[in-house]
Design a protein around this ligand. Sequence first.
Ligand SMILES: N[C@@H](CCC(=O)N[C@@H](CS)C(=O)NCC(=O)O)C(=O)O
Length: 241
Amino acid sequence: MIDLYYWPTPNGLKITVLLREIGLEYRLYPINIGKGDQFDPEFLSVSPNNRIPAIVDHEPEGGGDSISVFESGAILLYLAEKYDQFLPTDQRLRVQAIEWLMWQMGGLGPMLGQNHHFNRYAPEDVPYATKRYSDETLRLYAVLNRRLIDRDYIAGSYSIADIAIYPWVNRYEWHKTDIDRFPEVKRWYQTIGERPSVVRAYDEAKTIDVGNVASDESRRVLFGQTDVTIDQAYAVPKGSE
Ligand SMILES: N[C@@H](CCC(=O)N[C@@H](CS)C(=O)NCC(=O)O)C(=O)O
């Protein structure tokens, strides 16, 4: 059984999609990141970066203690390798799937995250930042569009590279991208969106009440973090010294 620490965001959805594609049972533990659940000691013990998603695999290969994994890209790799699915076996295609997974983790995700921040959440208009991340979003879409010319999927057959990228493209309205400018991305996006596991993962996401993510309380929790936040989160609770 896999425990999944989750919130219905692109990084969370990557994991529910893969778990469903493989057909694995999982227990879902909602971590309300707008309310500060990401600082609970139990969660920090599996995810020291106070970010979802994270998993605990109670039946690791070869037995023994449970294995916990944080960082969505590491989780996708862990599950794909363990179950030998959604990661090509051919060496050339496998490295391409990993390259594009890293591209998502190091580029698309962080840049679109900043785009969403300045386009949706920043309390003031910051034209330099909005332009910087909007331009970078368009550049990344153009890179993806080129990759998908003459290809159904990113690296051979449907893989964890597609699974990682899809939930971010799914937010194209948030990052104010006209998807019609990127026809190959649009075709790929529509094909993946029809997969039963993807549909079910998104249906499951809708069952979680995310509350008002733009509330003052959520903004403070999500956008007010510094080194002090981390020190406080890890502080030994009074009386337990
Ligand atoms: N690189 C990380 C990013 C994870 C991440 O940013 N998660 C967000 C939700 S999508 C989160 O947990 N935010 C909580 C916070 O900012 O405190 C991954 O891919 O797992």
